[in-house]
Design a protein around this ligand. Sequence first.
Ligand SMILES: Cc1cc2nc3c(=O)[nH]c(=O)nc-3n(C[C@H](O)[C@H](O)[C@H](O)COP(=O)(O)O)c2cc1C
Length: 425
Amino acid sequence: MLRFLTAGESHGKGLVAIMDNFPAGVKMDEDFINEKLRLRQSGYGRGARQKIETDKIEFLSGIRGGFTTGSPVSLFIKNKDYENWRERMDAFKPVPEESKIHAPRPGHADFAGSIKFGLDDIRNVLERSSARETASRVAVGAVCQIFLRNFGIEFASAVLSIGGISEEKAEEKKEEKGTDLFCASQKKRYVPFSDASPFPADLFNETIRRNIDDSELRMPYPEAYSEEKIKKLIDETKAEGDTVGGLITAQAKGVPVGLGSFTQWDEKLDAHIAMSVMSIQAIKSVEIGAGVKSAFLKGSEYHDSIYYQEKGTDFKSAPFSASFYRKTDNAGGIEGGMSNGEIISVTCAMKPIPTLMKPYLDTVDLKTGEARKAFLERSDVCAVPAASIVVESALAFSICYFFLKKFGGDSLSEIGRNYEGYVRK
Ligand SMILES: Cc1cc2nc3c(=O)[nH]c(=O)nc-3n(C[C@H](O)[C@H](O)[C@H](O)COP(=O)(O)O)c2cc1C
């Protein structure tokens, strides 16, 4: 069973992730991992911290000669900012009383974390609960993607809206431009959450993919979306010392039929994805496919009818399941807890960043009971574009987990044989 653990503090020496039961023989691609780390650091509205860090992956174990060995893969990302925190984060030096934090910030782990662990300095909670940890999750997700690429499985992610502003002009542009920039089978796309977020993009289209990676908002239509409007909103919010959240989508393409299972509650692919995504800092809702919108549709409108069309001239050479297809994908590629061969899609809401640059929020000194204003710590105004990379990584881990469960073996070649035996039946 594939699993991973992470360790490390926001201002400690660095972040560590250990991936256990990762197969041997997978060619590692440092550039791919570093690109994902770079994207997690970017985006309009990030704070000063990202200017200090340039995250780079370092393998501590499990890779030799460019290939995984089957031993635990341990990944390390250095915190450059540690140099500025060396004294305060020292493992043995006593923590001066005056530097301790006693007033929990609403919306953070501060309050429950310090009571739960009996800590008299909230820094001991915030250092670990910080979203800096997501850098290690992105590294793990990137390693999973590298493995899954061997089986034609790809991932993509994008931002749907920020601070309530979505790609309002996307629908309009679709009419004007025909299908050029848009998915050939428009019907495949659903409208997540509400009609306020039209999202007809085929995230796997090369042009759109480039648009997303080049955009500071990670939105797919540079000429269609309200980039200026959203950037203005972020600038104004920053000036007010406030923050914003948004909506994110991530998708997986090429996932074979049958990952996950209907036989036990904790074997369900949608449940696993929901946990992976919900565990990301600041994510407050997770939808699969049409999600919330399904509650407003009739069965005849929501469910994705099944069709059959033989692929290619030699039926035997194409994956068995590739001949079955849907014209819609409201189920987000998952039925009965299993992948059904369509694009797997997850949409989630990120709350506004909880650290505010002005003293809006009330709190209480946990030592004295006195009323306080929440303290101000260097922070992002908007991290929705960055979070989209984390969501994509979380999805990649869940897919990889069930892929290895289904086709499991100790090496890439063994897994390849199992996979071929299944899909060519
Ligand atoms: C990529 C990313 C960056 C974040 N940056 C910040 C930040 O700069 N300041 C902050 O207060 N919260 C930030 N957060 C959110 C907090 O880490 C999170 O809200 C907090 O740990 C409490 O966890 P919860 O929201 O899941 O309950 C960020 C989250 C993500 C995913």
